[in-house]
Design a protein around this ligand. Structure first.
Ligand code: PAF
Length: 281
């Protein structure tokens, strides 16, 4: 496994890799979700690369950039075991040099849901992801369905900017009680951790209702809200039944929808989603 920090070294190492290259962008603190992306990349590509960079521009000023878990030695041990070919751990100064002022911004899709609660977040994500695509020139890049809006925004960016690569979205990896695996789960105290499975319970109930023929978007939102609001530890930020392409909230009967929610447990903010589709049409 080749580990580089400097951009010039990355380019030299990248040029030695056989195509197709699969890239898994990460902010480190690797968990089972990341490992599932890496394994999928290894199955589908000749070479696999991972970036580890806690991207400051996707955190709002009051968000938890400082508290974001970091353990590069542990991450590298895991990546070695997964037989990753190339790891880039860049310095912030190299990615954001003095006087940096060039941003990549996706317009409408980033104004709703996560974008409504985390202004500027997606501008940071699309800027760093496009820099990673430029640096690695991968043929495929792997992202988790857990961050559904992120995958939709990145797919839009790839289309709009004519990136010649495929975005592969991999299923959400869950704990036995359904909680989606995320680096943020480590911030939950034991009671909050127990309560946090309510996101999955709410989404699953709405998914079941949809599969049983209850397609009215407001009813589905209501099902999720009722379950979430019964959990006293949970402070609901949004429940959404949205068009999976435009992310606009749906009214009336939905044929396909992204069901999603964001919930605070104390200071820890969790998100989750499921995609539903009416197979009978
Ligand atoms: O999903 C993440 O971990 C980050 O948003 C990403 C894609 C690595 C960009 O910093």
């Amino acid at each position: 496994m080749n580990i580089v920090t400097i951009f010039d070294d990355l380019q030299l190492a990248r040029n030695k890799l056989v195509n197709p290259l699969g890239l898994v962008p990460t902010m480190g603190a690797l968990h089972a979700g990341h490992l599932s992306l890496i394994r999928r990349a290894r199955e589908e590509c000749q070479s696999t690369a991972v970036s580890i960079f806690v991207n400051p521009t996707q955190f709002a000023p009051l968000e938890d950039l400082k508290a974001y878990p970091r353990d590069v030695d542990r991450d590298l041990g895991l990546l070695e075991k997964e037989q990753v070919d190339l790891v880039w751990i860049p310095d912030a100064e190299e990615l954001y040099p003095a006087h940096f002022q060039t941003w990549v911004e996706v317009d409408q899709l980033t104004k709703v849901l996560e974008g409504g609660f985390r202004p500027g977040h997606f501008r940071g994500v699309t800027t760093i992801v496009s820099k990673l695509f430029n640096a690695f020139q991968p043929q495929k890049a792997y992202f988790g369905q857990k961050d559904a809006q992120q995958t939709i925004v990145i797919q839009r960016m790839v289309k709009d900017l004519n990136y010649a690569l495929e975005i592969v979205v991999c299923r959400t990896i869950r704990e036995p009680d359904g909680l989606a695996i995320s680096s943020r789960n480590a911030h939950l105290d034991p009671e909050q951790r127990k309560a946090a499975s309510v996101l999955f319970q709410a989404l699953s109930a709405a998914e079941r209702a949809f599969n049983q023929g209850r397609h009215d978007a407001e009813q589905l939102r209501q099902i999720m809200r009722e379950i979430l609001e019964m959990e006293t530890q949970a402070e609901v930020q949004y429940v959404s039944v949205a068009n999976p392409t435009t992310l606009e909230e749906l009214d009336g009967n939905a044929d396909r929808a992204l069901l999603s929610t964001a919930v605070l447990f104390g200071k820890t903010r969790l998100i989750d989603n499921v995609m539903v589709k009416n197979d009978k049409r």
